[in-house]
Design a protein around this ligand. Structure first.
Ligand code: ADE
Length: 230
């Protein structure tokens, strides 16, 4: 089997990741050795008695800034463990995270994900110890942890052996730049709402055409920008 893909996450809240990383497909990918996620508590690299990781901003203002010393020590340690992995800061100021970003990250020699907290990290750390910055959308989260989970979940899906056949096919649809067609399951009639007859016809070609048409219609209605790109 191919070697496991290694992701090291630098965070002040390692316990945040417990349930998401042990559940569902991600849990299975880890259990089966496709993926390895190492959680590193930045606080373990603080050297003072109170293990302080934040401080007040120079120039004044609200909020706290993550101090350079523990964060850089944690980044240096990560570099030693994963010398060729990009050091990625999760921040609303980063490049937008898209399916193509996710596919390309799965090709890297592992990932080092840095979760910012407070009002941000010291600018000198960002400039000298970070390779890339990623945002999962135009909204502000309490910290980079949720964003790191989004990246792990999405990248994991591209690793060899992780997805079964069914899921790979679903994946293809988005790669083709379209939203999914509507899905139905039993019962055939539910509280007066029926499953479209065509899905019960057994005519595979007609079903495929219907699904393609529905996917296109839904994409036109909800995300015309996806079609403009072509
Ligand atoms: N940290 C806080 N908000 C974020 C966002 N939208 N994307 C990535 N990291 C973040």
């Amino acid at each position: 089997m191919s070697q496991s893909f290694k992701i090291r996450i630098l965070t002040l809240f390692p316990e945040f990741f417990d349930s998401p990383l042990s559940t569902s497909l991600t849990g299975k990918a880890i259990e089966r050795g496709h993926l390895e996620v190492e959680l590193v508590d930045i606080r373990d690299f603080a050297t003072d008695k109170h293990r302080k990781c934040d401080d007040i901003p120079y120039g004044g203002g609200a909020g706290m800034v993550m101090k350079p010393e523990p964060l850089v020590a944690a980044l240096e340690d990560a570099r030693e463990a994963l010398p060729d992995a990009p050091r990625i800061l999760l921040t609303p100021q980063g490049e937008p995270f898209e399916q193509a970003t996710s596919v390309s990250l799965a090709d890297e020699a592992g990932l080092i994900l840095v979760c910012g907290r407070y009002e941000g990290i010291d600018e000198r750390v960002r400039q000298n110890w970070i390779d890339r910055e990623i945002s999962i959308g135009d909204y502000v989260l309490t910290g980079g942890e949720v964003a790191a989970l989004v990246v792990v979940d999405s990248v994991m899906r591209h690793l060899p052996g992780v997805l079964g056949n069914q899921e790979s096919v679903t994946e293809e649809s988005f790669s083709e730049g379209m939203l999914e067609y509507p899905q139905y399951t039993r019962p055939r009639s539910f509280r007066g709402h029926d499953v479209p007859d065509i899905l019960l016809s057994g005519h595979h070609e007609n079903i495929e055409n219907w699904r393609r048409e529905k996917a296109l219609q839904r994409t036109r209605e909800r995300r015309p920008d996806l079609l403009d790109d072509e």
